[in-house]
Design a protein around this ligand. Structure first.
Ligand code: NAG
Ligand code: NAG
Ligand code: NAG
Ligand code: NAG
Ligand code: NAG
Ligand code: NAG
Length: 443
């Protein structure tokens, strides 16, 4: 290379070299991004003990008061103890074995601080919801998942789980909703009926990573109303102090037939659970309460258990089934009504007291009516307790310590007014629903 060559091509070389350096920097950056994404994937492949223990170090979460019985070593041992029952792989004869976490891409939408920003978080409500169910989510936010009603009872957060949608405008609306409420968790899998197992496993994963401080996880579908007053007063005190508990409508092994009729929505291929007539134990998924201590173990189990699309069987049966020491508690018949008509009939019957913890209701009108009945029951029980307390105490009381829940309870006993919601007559049901639809279409 002689001097003139350098003089001639030096400037061009500088431009070229600069360009090359720029390109290599871009490539390097992309590689770095890629490798961290890959690291995430590797961590959540079947052996995830490492990633699980990191969630127990509480670095992410300043508000966690570590359970002294749950040392990192113990947790590690517990997670290592989880092995899939050998019969499962045969039973779930997937032609190509796949695990739900194989679609473990980063979340599309989520707020990592949803739980960790709350001290003493009592319950995280996880809602399996369809992406276009804006009205159902809003009804829930206004009524039973609205934390403002339980300030004196405990802290609550709600998280709606959804998958990917192919409609751009729908996605924009979902992102708007996320900006407003910050209570959505959207995963990178197609939101479809036969993908609900993915939705549930995503929930287990997210809780394991970002919500170690909630005491109790309450999973519901988006057409359910929970009597949270009953939950906080009866259920929470009992289960928040016990480890490894599940409370649900328990489907005992050998009682639920596997549907082999090809025309059924629930059709299961003959190769799955081959030769079996009934399912092993699981829970119906409309309401499942799980103590948070076992969620990471269930998630680890899910990463080892081959995919099976019937979500209730997988999420509340097969996956927890590999976790040693889990204890199932049965909901009783009086604890729930999936028919809103039956529930309302009971609430309107003056001679009976309805003990429902869970009621099936999805229309805005029904949700509000069921909810206000639950509120009334709670207000009445509080009055009874107060009167009983007054009678028991000889000296006059200086008032209750927790104060009033409703902003305006003085005018009779109509909490619907207090929560600023309108309840019409049954005949107006249709128009209420239509208005809701119109409002959504117009926005
Ligand atoms: C792991 O399993 C063994 C045998 O079932 C049991 O004795 C042990 O207590 C388990 N360890 C933990 C941490 O659960
Ligand atoms: C699994 O399914 C395949 C075809 O879907 C079948 O050939 C095979 O025999 C099945 N295996 C078991 C153990 O059922
Ligand atoms: C959290 O709960 C503990 C025990 O129940 C209590 O002592 C503490 O004051 C609570 N902290 C807050 C910020 O409410
Ligand atoms: C929760 O309830 C409060 C009090 O009624 C209300 O102001 C608020 O708008 C509700 N939140 C949502 C998201 O609807
Ligand atoms: C489930 O999600 C995966 C990943 O997005 C997708 O490939 C698959 O088609 C979905 N299944 C259904 C039944 O839509
Ligand atoms: C109301 O409840 C009582 C006691 O449970 C029952 O005997 C009666 O049939 C109920 N009435 C109606 C209208 O459902």
């Amino acid at each position: 290379m002689n001097a003139s060559f350098v003089r001639r091509y030096g400037r061009k070389c500088m431009v070229l070299c600069g360009f090359l350096i720029l390109i290599s920097m871009v490539i390097m950056l992309q590689y770095l991004e890629h490798s961290s994404a890959r690291r995430l994937l590797i961590l959540s492949k079947p052996d995830i003990t490492g990633s699980m223990t990191s969630t127990f170090s509480n670095k992410r979460n300043p508000w966690v008061t570590p359970d002294p019985s749950l040392t990192i070593a113990k947790t590690k041992a517990f997670l290592r103890n989880i092995t899939v029952k050998p019969s499962l792989k045969l039973l779930i004869n997937a032609t190509k074995t796949k695990y739900p976490v194989t679609i473990d891409a980063p979340y599309l939408l989520h707020d990592p601080k949803l739980c960790s920003s709350v001290r003493n978080l009592s319950v995280l409500v996880i809602v399996h919801t369809a992406p276009d169910h804006f009205d159902r989510r809003n009804s829930m936010r206004e009524t039973w998942t609205n934390e403002t009603y339980y300030r004196h009872l405990g802290r609550l957060r709600v998280l709606f789980l959804l998958g990917r949608v192919n409609d751009y405008n729908l996605q924009l609306r979902i992102e708007e909703e996320f900006k407003t409420h910050k209570d959505l968790l959207q995963g990178d899998f197609v939101d479809a009926y036969r993908n609900l197992t993915h939705k549930g496993v995503m929930g287990y994963k997210w809780i394991s990573e970002y919500c170690r401080n909630a005491k109790i996880i309450l999973k519901v579908d988006d057409d359910i109303v929970i009597n949270m007053f009953k939950f906080f007063t009866d259920v929470y005190p009992k289960y928040s102090v016990k480890p490894k508990e599940i409370l649900c409508n328990h489907i005992h092994p050998g009682t639920m037939l596997i549907i082999r009729n090809k025309n059924s929505k629930w059709y299961v291929h003959e190769d799955h659970f081959k030769g079996q007539k009934t399912y092993p134990r699981y829970c119906s998924g409309f309401m499942v309460m799980i103590t948070n201590d076992v969620i990471p173990a269930i998630f680890r189990s899910a990463s080892l258990t081959p995919f099976f699309w019937v979500d209730d069987v997988y999420l509340y049966g097969l996956a927890p089934g590999n976790v040693p020491g889990i204890h199932y508690n049965d909901m009783k018949k009086k604890d729930f009504s999936l028919s809103v008509q039956t529930a309302l009939k009971c609430y309107r019957n003056e001679t009976s007291t309805c003990e429902y913890l869970a009621v099936g209701a999805s229309g805005r009108y029904d949700v509000i009516e069921v909810w206000s009945n639950m509120v009334n029951l709670y207000e009445q029980s509080r009055k009874v307790t107060t009167i009983a307390a007054r009678k028991a105490v000889t000296t006059p009381m200086s008032g209750t310590t927790d104060g009033e829940i409703w902003p305006t309870t003085s005018s009779g006993n109509k909490p619907v007014k207090a929560i600023g919601l309108q309840v019409g007559k049954s005949a107006e049901k249709k128009s209420v629903d239509n208005n809701e639809d119109l409002k959504i279409q117009n926005t």
